[in-house]
Every structure is written in C-alpha cells, then in structure tokens.
Design a binder for this molecule. Structure first.
Ligand code: SF4
Ligand SMILES: [Zn+2]
Length: 142
C-alpha cells in the first residue's frame, strides 16, 4: 500500500456488517463507536458535507448524529424538510438489487434505523466520491 490519498482510509470502511453497523443503529454504545471512528477519520469534513448535500437523513456521517445531520440538512435547505423518503413497505422494498444493480444479499446490505435496506456497494461509492472531493479541496495529496 502506498501513502497516496490521505483520505483513502475512511475509518468506517470494512467495519460495518449486515448484522452490525454502528453508523446505523439506535444503541448509544454502538453510536459512540461510530462517532469515535469519525473523530479520527481523515474523510470527516467531506463525509459530512456530502451527507448534508445529498440529504442523508439516516445514520451517522462525518462525526454527526442523525439528529444533528437532519438539522443541518433542514438549515441548508432554507428550512424546507426533505420531502421524498421511501417508506418501509414501499414497492422498492421487494427488490433483490439496488437501483445500481448491486445485490441485496447479506454481505452487501445494511439497514437504516427505519428498517429500510441500503446497499453497501453504493455507500462505498458515495464515500469514495466524498473522499475524492475532499482530496481535491485539500490539494489532492500529502
Ligand atoms: S467521517 Fe464519514 S467516512 Fe469517516 S468514519 Fe465517519 S462516517 Fe465513515
Ligand atoms: Zn448499490
């Protein structure tokens, strides 16, 4: 492994499993784990910016709790709350693959606080994108 991108190691990468994801949980202990990882994560700023910009209303991102992120999103949108969440029980809940074609199998699935399934591969892609954006903002390398 080379040094390359200082943001190459989002600390949460590889931590979450289908049955344990401290970034999407209700228990204070697990949330504390997640927040501790964020605290030392080089991708923190980009991660939070991404979460706010894209309206990530579930989970811990960039060292902020779900409630904190929701407030930031509302503020960023001039007080307008996010309008289109897919509720549990929505037809999409029956799909075997995410909209980008990744399978909703045990290795690639995590669950949001409301029980919705989420695609791990897509989350990795979002984090990678956030890291690239942060790399650019930081001048790209170190
Ligand atoms: S700041 Fe973002 S990328 Fe880093 S550990 Fe926290 S959730 Fe993961
Ligand atoms: Zn996907």
């Amino acid at each position: 492994m080379s040094v390359a991108d200082p943001l190459d190691s989002a600390v949460c990468e590889g931590v979450a499993r289908a049955d344990y994801d401290p970034f999407f949980t209700e228990t204070p202990e697990a949330q504390a784990d997640a927040l501790a990882m964020c605290r030392i994560c080089p991708a923190k700023a980009a991660c939070l910016a991404y979460a706010v910009e894209t309206g990530q209303v579930f989970g811990i991102w960039g060292g902020k709790t779900q409630a904190q992120i929701r407030r930031l999103i509302v503020r960023a949108r001039g007080g307008r709350p996010r309008g289109h969440l897919v509720p549990p029980g929505h037809p999409n809940a029956d799909k075997t693959h995410c909209k980008h074609g990744h399978p909703f199998d045990a290795a690639n699935t995590y669950y949001a606080a409301n029980g919705e399934r989420r695609c791990r591969a897509c989350r990795r892609a979002r984090l990678a994108r956030a890291r690239r954006l942060a790399g650019r903002a930081d001048g790209g390398e170190r």
